[in-house]
Write a protein that binds this ligand. Structure first.
Ligand code: GLC
Ligand code: GLC
Length: 811
C-alpha cells in the first residue's frame, strides 16, 4: 500500500495522508543550522550540534508519537485545526505534504480555508523560515486567528530532559514587537539566543507553556487557541515557548501570507547587552530583515533549489526504470548529504543527545558524498584523521563541536583505522588532489604530535599488522564493523554498555572481516605509496596483503563460505560447525570483493552460500541462524531477539557489499536483485509493511526470524546510503573513478538495454551512453570519447571544463 508518490519533476515525495505508518521526515539545512521536520510538522532544530545547541525541545518515544514541532493553529470561527493535521488532528478536507530537497511544503484545506506552509533553512542563514499562506476559498468573509507555537529547549538537550530542579528556574525571554527572544542562560556564560518572529503585527503572544496550553492539556488542546485569546504571558522559569497570535481577515478569494523565522543569533562577548539585562538584538534584526518579504523568501527558496540542482547535476541517470532513476539521481544522493551532515546523531531513531560523529561511520559516508562537494569531504577527512591516535588506533566517535575524540564511547574497534585509508582513497580517486597526503594532521588533536596524512594512513595499515592473532588474522579488538560482535567483553551485568565495558584483550579473538578489508584496500594503498615514490614500501604492503590472503584461505575458509571470526578461546564463529550463527554476511562481502581465493573460485562459492542461506524476499540477513540465546563469548549480537538488528536482521548497510561482490564475478542479474530488494523506491507499494520513508534507506529491516519480517527501523542515518550509492553508481552502472580517470565498467541485468549517465568528474562533464545490444551482463566491447575510439574502458582525466560525449557498447 502506498501513502504518496514520487514527483520526479519537482524532486519531491508527495505524501497524501498525514497518518503515515511512521512519521515520514525530512531534513532542512546544509551548513550550520539543521532541522528535522515530519509530514505533520513535528521535529526540532539545532545549531551545529544536536545535543549542545538545541533550539527547540522534542519529546522522545512520546505518546502520541512525534510530539513537539513548529505548530500553526488555525481558529476559523470556533473550528480549530492545523495545516499539518497534528497535534489537534482535525481532519483536513485535503492534505498534501511535499518533502523536497531541503524543504517541506504542507498544503491542506478545511472548511474552504486553504493553508500552505513552506518550511526551509535558507542557504547561508542560521534559521528556519516558515511561510504560512492562507486563502479563503469560500464566498463569505472569514475572520481567522492564526497561532504559532514552538517550545524552546534550554540548549543542552540532555540536560534539558533531565535536570528539572535547575531548569525550571532559569528560563528567560524578551518580547519586542512581533519578535520573541529566548535568552535562557544568556545572563551568564552563553552569548547566543534564539529568536522567533513574524513579519506582521500581532494581537498577542505567549512565552510560557503553561499559560498557552494549560497545565493539564496536551499540544492538541491549547487553552489560548481554544479560547481564542493569547495570554500575553512572559516566561519566568518553567518552560519558555514562543507563540504569536495574529488576526487574519480574508475576503472571499483573498490570500495572505506570513513569514515566521526561527533563528540562532550570537554576539561577541563584549557586545552582549543593549542595556542592563536587555540582550543585544542587532544580529536578530539583521537576520529578520533578510526574510521579511515574500520576494526575499522566494529568492532564498530559489537559491536553495538551484543549489540542489547544481549538486545533483554531478551525477544523473536516465534509464528505462523510473525507480532506479529517481533513487540514483535524487534520493540516494540526497540521503548521502544528510548522513554526511548528521553522521548518526539526530534522526527519529537517534535522539541527537547520544552519539557524536563515528570514525568509521563518517569515513564511510564519504563514499557517497565526495563527488558532491569534494572540499567538504577533504575537511572532514582531516578532522577525522586528527582524532586518530599515534599508534594508528582510533576513538570510535568524536564530538562535532569540539572535533575531539570521545573516550566515553570507547575505542579499540580494530577496523576503524582501515576506513581512513578507504575514505582517503575515495577522495583521491574522485579529485586527483594528491596534495591532501602532505597535509599536516595532529594525532589525538595534539598539535605537538603532527604528521602528514600519509603517515596517518601508514599508522592505520600498520595498526592492523601490529595486531595479528594466532592464525595471522587481525585481532578484532572490541569489535569490527559489526559493533555488536564483542568477542572480548564477556559482559554479565544488566545494562552494561558493550561499547565501553572493559575489553579483555585476549590476543586471540580474530576477525576475518578485517582481513578481507585489508586485502581489499591494499592495492589502492600500495598504488598511493608507489605514486609517492615509495616503491619498496608499496611492495611490503602488497606482500602483507598476500600473506593475509593466504591466512584467510588457510584459516578463514570454512568449506562453503568464509568464516566470520575466532572467539577469545580460539573457537570458530560463523562456521558450519557452530550450532547457531553458522554463516555471516560481512566476510562474504569483503573477502569476495577483495577476490580472496579467486583462483579457486572461493568468492563465487561464498556468494552462492549467501544466496542459499541468507537471502530473503526483503534482502539478505546478517547471519544465519540467528542466535536464540545470549552468548557471553559473542556479546551484544546475541542480546537482540532473533531477526532484529545485528542478530539476523537485514542490515541494509552490508547488502551492497554482496551486490558489489556479485559484479566482480560478473553477475549483473544477481547484483541488481540484491540492490533492488532493499532499495526504498521499490518498496513503496508495501509501505504498510516497511513503515519507514519510501524515499530513503533504513539501517535495518526485520529479518525472517522476527515476527515483523520486512518492517524497517532506523531510517535516514545509516552507512547504507553511501554504500548503496557506491554500489549502484560505481559497480552496477560502473561509472568508477580511478586514480587516472573514469573507468566505465557496468555490470547489469541482461535485459537492460542501456542507460545514460551525466557525470561531472574533475571539472569536466561526461555524458556517458552505455548500450547493451547483445544483452550481456558485463564487459565493454568498444568505447568512444567525442567520437574517437579509445582502447580499454578508462576515460582520461580531461579536466578541461568541457562536456564530452562517451558511447560505451557492452558485449
Ligand atoms: C551501526 C553503526 C555502524 C556499525 C553498524 C553495525 O550502523 O553506526 O558503525 O558498523 O551499526 O554494527
Ligand atoms: C548498538 C547498535 C548498533 C550500533 C551501536 C552503536 O550496538 O545495535 O547497531 O552500531 O549501538 O553505538
Amino acid at each position: 500500500m502506498k501513502f504518496g508518490y514520487f514527483d520526479d519533476v519537482q524532486r519531491e515525495y508527495v505524501i497524501e495522508r498525514p497518518d503515515t505508518p511512521y512519521p515520514w521526515i525530512n531534513y532542512l539545512g546544509n551548513e550550520k543550522f539543521f532541522s528535522l521536520i515530519s509530514n505533520t510538522s513535528g521535529g526540532y532544530c539545532f545549531y551545529r550540534d544536536a545535543r549542545l545547541m538545541r533550539l527547540t525541545r522534542y519529546r522522545y518515544n512520546s505518546v502520541p508519537t512525534d510530539a513537539g514541532g513548529r505548530y500553526f493553529y488555525l481558529r476559523d470561527g470556533n473550528d480549530v485545526w492545523n495545516p499539518g493535521w497534528a497535534p489537534v488532528k482535525a481532519k483536513p478536507d485535503r492534505y498534501r505534504c511535499r518533502h523536497g530537497l531541503g524543504y517541506t511544503v504542507i498544503e491542506s484545506e478545511r472548511n474552504q480555508l486553504t493553508a500552505r506552509q513552506l518550511s526551509f533553512v535558507p542557504i547561508g542563514a542560521d534559521c528556519e523560515v516558515h511561510r504560512v499562506t492562507l486563502k479563503n476559498q469560500s464566498g463569505a468573509v472569514k475572520e481567522i486567528k492564526l497561532f504559532s507555537f514552538v517550545e524552546f529547549c534550554v540548549w543542552n538537550a540532555y540536560d534539558d530532559m533531565t535536570n528539572f530542579q535547575r531548569n525550571f528556574n532559569t528560563g528567560e525571554v524578551e518580547i519586542d514587537g512581533s519578535a520573541i527572544y529566548h535568552k535562557t542562560e544568556y545572563r551568564e556564560r552563553r552569548n547566543h539566543y534564539a529568536v522567533f518572529s513574524v513579519n506582521a503585527p500581532i494581537q498577542g503572544y505567549d512565552t510560557d507553556r503553561e499559560s498557552f496550553l494549560g497545565l493539564y492539556n496536551g499540544f492538541d488542546r491549547p487553552d489560548a487557541v481554544f479560547n481564542g485569546k493569547p495570554g500575553n504571558s512572559v516566561a519566568s522559569g518553567w518552560s519558555p515557548i514562543g507563540s504569536h497570535c495574529l488576526g487574519v481577515t480574508l475576503a472571499p478569494g483573498e490570500e495572505k501570507s506570513y513569514i515566521f523565522v526561527l533563528g540562532y543569533c550570537e554576539n561577541p562577548e563584549d557586545q552582549k547587552w543593549e542595556a542592563h539585562g536587555v540582550i543585544n538584538k542587532e544580529p536578530a534584526r539583521r537576520l529578520l530583515d533578510r526574510f521579511h518579504t515574500d520576494r526575499q523568501v522566494e529568492i532564498a527558496f530559489d537559491e536553495l533549489k538551484n543549489y540542489w540542482e547544481g549538486l545533483l547535476s554531478r551525477f544523473c541517470l536516465q534509464s528505462e526504470d523510473p525507480k532506479l532513476d529517481r533513487m540514483v539521481s535524487v534520493w540516494n544522493q540526497y540521503q548521502c548529504m544528510i548522513t554526511f551532515n548528521m553522521s548518526r546523531s539526530a534522526s527519529y531513531f537517534e535522539s541527537g543527545i547520544g552519539r557524536g560523529m563515528g570514525f568509521r561511520d563518517s569515513t564511510q559516508d564519504l563514499l557517497g558524498f565526495v563527488h558532491l562537494i569534494p572540499s567538504r569531504a577533504k575537511a572532514r577527512i582531516l578532522d577525522i584523521a586528527a582524532t586518530q591516535m599515534a599508534d594508528g588506533s582510533a576513538y570510535h566517535q568524536y564530538q562535532p563541536l569540539t572535533k575531539r575524540g570521545n573516550m566515553e564511547v570507547g575505542s579499540g574497534f580494530n577496523d576503524d583505522p582501515l576506513w581512513l585509508i578507504f575514505g582517503v582513497t575515495a577522495y583521491l580517486k574522485e579529485t586527483g588532489d594528491w596534495s591532501i597526503l602532505k597535509e599536516s594532521v595532529p594525532f589525538d588533536n595534539d598539535e605537538k604530535k603532527s604528521a602528514s596524512l600519509l603517515e596517518h594512513l601508514r599508522r592505520s595499515f600498520g595498526h592492523v599488522l601490529d595486531n595479528l592473532g594466532p592464525h595471522g588474522l587481525p585481532l578484532i579488538g572490541r569489535a569490527d564493523w559489526n559493533d555488536c560482535l564483542n568477542l572480548n567483553c564477556f559482559s554479565k551485568k544488566p545494562g552494561e554498555s558493550f561499547q565501553t565495558v572493559e575489553n579483555r584483550e585476549s590476543g586471540v579473538a580474530e576477525s576475518v572481516f578485517i582481513a578481507g578489508m585489508l586485502v581489499y584496500i591494499a592495492p589502492s594503498y600500495a598504488e598511493i605509496l608507489r605514486r609517492g615514490g615509495l616503491t619498496s614500501e608499496a611492495e611490503v604492503v602488497l606482500k602483507a596483503a598476500k600473506d593475509m590472503e593466504q591466512a584467510v584461505i588457510r584459516y578463514g575458509w570454512d568449506g562453503e563460505w568464509y568464516l566470520r571470526a575466532y572467539d577469545a578461546m580460539g573457537n570458530k564463529v560463523g562456521s558450519r560447525e557452530c550450532d547457531e550463527g553458522k554463516l555471516f554476511i560481512e566476510p562474504q562481502g569483503f573477502c569476495a570483493m577483495a577476490g580472496i581465493g579467486m583462483d579457486q573460485g572461493l568468492p563465487e562459492r561464498a556468494l552462492d552460500s549467501v544466496k542459499e542461506h541468507l537471502d530473503t524476499k526483503y534482502g539478505i540477513v546478517l547471519n544465519w541462524p540467528s542466535y536464540t540465546t545470549y552468548r557471553l563469548n559473542l556479546g551484544e549480537i546475541s542480546s537482540y531477539p532473533p531477526g532484529y538488528k545485528e542478530n539476523g536482521g537485514i542490515f541494509c548497510h552490508n547488502n551492497p557489499w554482496i551486490s558489489i561482490a556479485e559484479t566482480m564475478v560478473g553477475h549483473g542479474e544477481r547484483a541488481f536483485e540484491v540492490y533492488r530488494k532493499t532499495c526504498p523506491a521499490y518498496l513503496e507499494d508495501i509501505s504498510e509493511i516497511h513503515r519507514t520513508e519510501p524515499y530513503v534507506y533504513a539501517q535495518m529491516i526485520a529479518g525472517r526470524d522476527a515476527p515483523r519480517f520486512g518492517e524497517a527501523k532506523n531510517s535516514w542515518l545509516t552507512g547504507t546510503a553511501a554504500w548503496t550509492f557506491y554500489d549502484v553508481s560505481q559497480f552496477i552502472l560502473g561509472i568508477r573513478p580511478q586514480f587516472d580517470g573514469l573507468q566505465i565498467d557496468p555490470c547489469v541485468p541482461s535485459a537492460l538495454k542501456g542507460f545514460t549517465v551525466t557525470r561531472r568528474f574533475r571539472g569536466a562533464d561526461y555524458v556517458i551512453e552505455v548500450r547493451n545490444p547483445d544483452g550481456v551482463e558485463k564487459g565493454i566491447k568498444t568505447m568512444t570519447l567525442d567520437g574517437m575510439l579509445i582502447t580499454g574502458n578508462l576515460l582520461p582525466d580531461c579536466s578541461d571544463g568541457k562536456t564530452h560525449r562517451v558511447v560505451a557498447v557492452m558485449g
